[in-house]
Design a protein around this ligand. Sequence first.
Ligand SMILES: NC(=O)c1ccc[n+]([C@@H]2O[C@H](COP(=O)([O-])OP(=O)(O)OC[C@H]3O[C@@H](n4cnc5c(N)ncnc54)[C@H](OP(=O)(O)O)[C@@H]3O)[C@@H](O)[C@H]2O)c1
Length: 403
Amino acid sequence: MRCGQKHFEALGVPFAVVVTADEVQAPGFGCDPTSWAECSCRPRSTSTEGACSLSESLGRTTTSTSTGRFPPAPFPVTSPQERTWRSAMRAIVCPRYGGPDVLEMREVEQPSPKDDEVCVRIMATAVTASDIFIRGSDIPLRFRIPMRLMIGVTRPRQPIIGLVLAGEIASVGRTTTRFQLGDQVYGLTGFGLGAYAEYKCMKETDSKHGCLALKPANLTYEEATVAAYGGLLALQYMERGRIRRGQRVLVYGASGTSGTTAVQYAKHLGAVVTGVCSTANVELVESLGADSVIDYTKVDALEPGDRYDFVLDAVGKAKTSRLKGSCRASVSGKDRYVSIDDGSLLLDSGRLAAMKELVEAGHIRPVVDRCYPLEDIAEAHRYVEKGHKRGGVAVTVRREVVA
Ligand SMILES: NC(=O)c1ccc[n+]([C@@H]2O[C@H](COP(=O)([O-])OP(=O)(O)OC[C@H]3O[C@@H](n4cnc5c(N)ncnc54)[C@H](OP(=O)(O)O)[C@@H]3O)[C@@H](O)[C@H]2O)c1
């Protein structure tokens, strides 16, 4: 466990996101700048971006997201004269901690994969609770110091943030074997971050710098980003319940990214499911298959004698209500109540593969609240920051070309 991690988990801070079991001794968050420092990936000529000239490409960078206001860029940005169309890519960088307005769209060099890496041409990313936390770093002073030591003292160590991606394999390293060019993939970037960009190089195998798997074939890239984040969270924490057919399961916070996934997963396992959400989301949660729904804005406590075999708090420790206490008291053992903030999210491509099967079989359908274009990502952050998204919020990085 990293220094300070416990504190963040106790706060319900989603930072714990990206610590895998084997990374206790591993180097800090995003300490591998080489993955975006070099270039040789060439966009495919079939893609809209790949087909355009440099001037067209550069022309797209004037956006509602602020651009280039911080001259000493913490990463290699070439001058316009030095750029070639092959090397430029658009990326959203977070040059300092702060509100959504700190996010800037910049041109940076495309990465090229090392021998054991693949390069993903990113089609969609997402704005998650984890991204908001990393950008804002807005926590009490005594926790801020250990946290900053992990993710960067004065600014994020990895300036291109973004935890979730869906896209296609654009190029592969010499020793890779798992993926073929053109494979459609989805996953998380972990400590490597970097999903707010057109390209991301990452190991093909699971590491603290991410996990990748083939994307569910029946999902758009945007939907796949919700499936990746919601699926990893929901499956990992629901598995702790060892849920059996007929058991009574309650999902507190049934309308968020992980909650909507958890409700559907519990139904698939044969549980009798109760979802908890606010008035506006009751219908949504019912539509996901919940047998009953409780509105935490109207109900302060469960009925006396109401017992559950397993309760998942899918919104984390920072969000609570009177009803939550009652839900906690409705299980028989401590291990029957699990918060999504208990421990670290495992970057596990096995779970992504399991999620793919569940989605393709029609057992789980990711809920996409809104989609934003990359240039409006600050707006997406503002929306997610309000804390009431329904399902997940996706960001389109490039549009699919319809033949
Ligand atoms: N362990 C880890 O490593 C790890 C990693 C990543 C994230 N996390 C945790 O996972 C959490 C969930 O992320 P997520 O993206 O799935 O959820 P989310 O989208 O952040 O949750 C949004 C939902 O929360 C509900 N909500 C807000 N306040 C509530 C309250 N007081 N009681 C009940 N529901 C409330 C909202 O529903 P209404 O509008 O109906 O209120 C909204 O639908 C994060 O906040 C973080 O704590 C943990």
